[in-house]
Ligand binder design. Structure first.
Ligand code: GLN
Length: 486
């Protein structure tokens, strides 16, 4: 059994060599056989998936439908799904069934995609290893003793293992790109505002952005076409037209300028990974682009800035989980105050509590100026650094993570070590830019990710560079042993 891309599946469906029902049954069977070892799914939606597959087959039989019609996919369990459990990886939502669909979910349903389940994730998307999930860690298909990254670790593992050709994810500080890098797949994070956040459970609202995990940039373009666009139900949604993403794929890189941020090749970057990234840049040069060193002088402030801004926003967003309106409620409180306290004590895990406490502290009257205000200023400086770079280059290229996949348990006792895993991804969220991670080699048998970053609303440029790279290389075709064995 080999992994198949959306593009290949769509062609087979149109040719009539396979039906959506057969594809969906096969995906469900792979999950059934393989997910015991990975724990990529929190909920498998077999019955709903088969109904959706039959509906897609009817559309296809009538000669209708688009490239996603009948294609099995999965949603990160942060997206609200009507009539299906939405946990956000937390005990506090372990019984929550949303009365409505997130816009990302309804857009993909309208495009005919078939949802086979909801994927595991770090609790409220807070984490870089999938170990903060109430539903247990996810294993990396390349080595089950290692983390697939996080917080979209379930989506990444499900795609890398060939359960589904694509899955949704969210990226607040790297949660699409980092797990894509650690599992050897393609992870695309659009510009802030490009995809609606309606129905996507909020972590840090000024940073959260939905995107996709897939096997190729070509497939990411197809998924993006379905989910991108203005949504009046999200006040930060960008009201600008969505271009045809697939239309630019394959265009020439002749004369394009690739910027290489010097700060991304620091002492923290593992040598073998650095060699893979450098080799990847020569592929763009061979395609006619030029590479030059650029500087992001304030990027070293990105992790500390993020760990003020994100907890501040999360402390506000997560105040809604109080046991009154939805989710878990303490069984026997003696009064209202105890209801709040014990519900939140039982419902939230340690990392979520750490962030809520940090956030409350940095927003408090006595410390607001010293922390939150300073962080907002630093954020602006970081965003300005990126903007300055894009005055002279078309795209930035560098590593996605400092090292390949680390062992489960390795960083759990040291939050700062865990936070530093996102050192190359977090600045992109602070600046609101689009970025992608692509497989570009291996270090000691583990995948290495190449990160490409574009200017705001430069999705087409990022996807085209990624696609041209994948036309020249075959790293994205390498599969973990568990795929061949299934
Ligand atoms: N790993 C980062 C964090 O823990 C980013 C998470 C994310 O992008 N959702 O906050």
């Amino acid at each position: 059994m080999q992994r198949q891309t959306i593009t290949e599946i769509a062609a087979a469906l149109r040719e009539g060599s396979v039906t959506s029902r057969q594809l969906t049954e096969a995906a469900l069977a792979r999950i059934d056989a393989g997910d015991g070892a990975l724990n990529a799914f929190i909920t498998v939606t077999k019955d709903q998936a088969l109904i959706a597959a039959d509906a897609a087959d009817a559309v296809l039989a009538a000669g209708n439908g688009g490239p996603l019609t009948g294609v099995p996919i999965a949603h990160k369990d942060i997206f609200c799904t009507r009539d299906i459990l939405t946990t956000c990886g937390s005990r506090i939502l372990d019984n929550f069934v949303s009365p409505y669909d997130a816009t990302v979910v309804s857009n993909l349903a309208a495009a005919g995609a078939v949802v086979v389940g909801k994927t595991n994730m770090d609790e409220f998307a807070m984490g870089s290893s999938n170990e903060t999930s109430f539903f247990g860690p996810v294993a990396n298909p390349w080595d089950t003793a290692r983390s697939p990254g996080g917080s979209s670790g379930g989506s990444a593992a499900a795609v890398a293992a060939g359960f589904v050709p694509a899955a949704t994810g969210t990226d607040t500080g790297g949660s699409i790109r980092q797990p894509a890098a650690l599992t050897g797949i393609t992870g695309f994070k659009p510009t802030y505002g490009r995809v609606s956040r309606y129905g996507m459970i909020a972590f840090a609202s000024s940073l959260d952005q939905a995107g996709v995990l897939s096997l190729t940039a070509e497939d990411a373009a197809l998924m993006m076409q379905a989910i991108a666009g203005f949504d009046p139900r999200d006040s930060t949604s960008a009201d600008c037209p969505v271009p045809e993403y697939a239309a630019v794929l394959g265009s020439s890189l002749e004369g394009k300028r690739v910027g290489i941020p010097a700060e991304f090749f620091d002492a923290g970057l593992e040598a073998e990974s650095a060699a893979c990234i450098r080799a990847a840049i020569t592929v763009f040069e061979a395609l006619g682009a030029t590479a030059e060193e650029v500087s992001l002088p304030h990027i070293d402030a990105s992790v500390p800035t993020y760990y003020i801004v994100a907890p501040a926003e999360c402390s506000s967003n997560l105040s809604r989980f109080d046991g009154v309106r939805f989710g878990h409620r303490h069984a026997d409180p003696k009064d209202l105050e105890e209801l709040y306290k014990l519900t939140r004590k039982e419902g939230f895990g340690a990392e979520v509590k750490r962030r809520i406490m940090t956030g409350t502290y940095v927003l408090s009257a006595g410390y607001y100026d010293a922390y939150y205000l300073q962080a907002q200023k630093a954020r602006q400086l970081i965003a300005d650094d990126f903007r300055r770079c894009f005055e002279s280059v078309d795209i930035l290229a560098g590593p996605t993570t400092p090292t390949p996949a680390f062992r489960l348990g390795e960083k759990m006792d040291d939050p700062v070590q865990m936070y530093l895993n996102d050192i190359y991804t977090i600045g992109v969220n602070l600046a609101g830019l689009p970025g992608v991670s692509l497989p570009c080699g291996f270090s000691a048998g583990l995948p290495v990710g190449l990160q490409l970053i574009g200017p705001a609303f430069g999705e087409q440029t990022v996807l085209n560079f990624a696609h041209r790279y994948q036309q020249q290389t075959d790293w994205h075709l390498k599969t973990p042993d568990c795929v061949a064995g299934s």
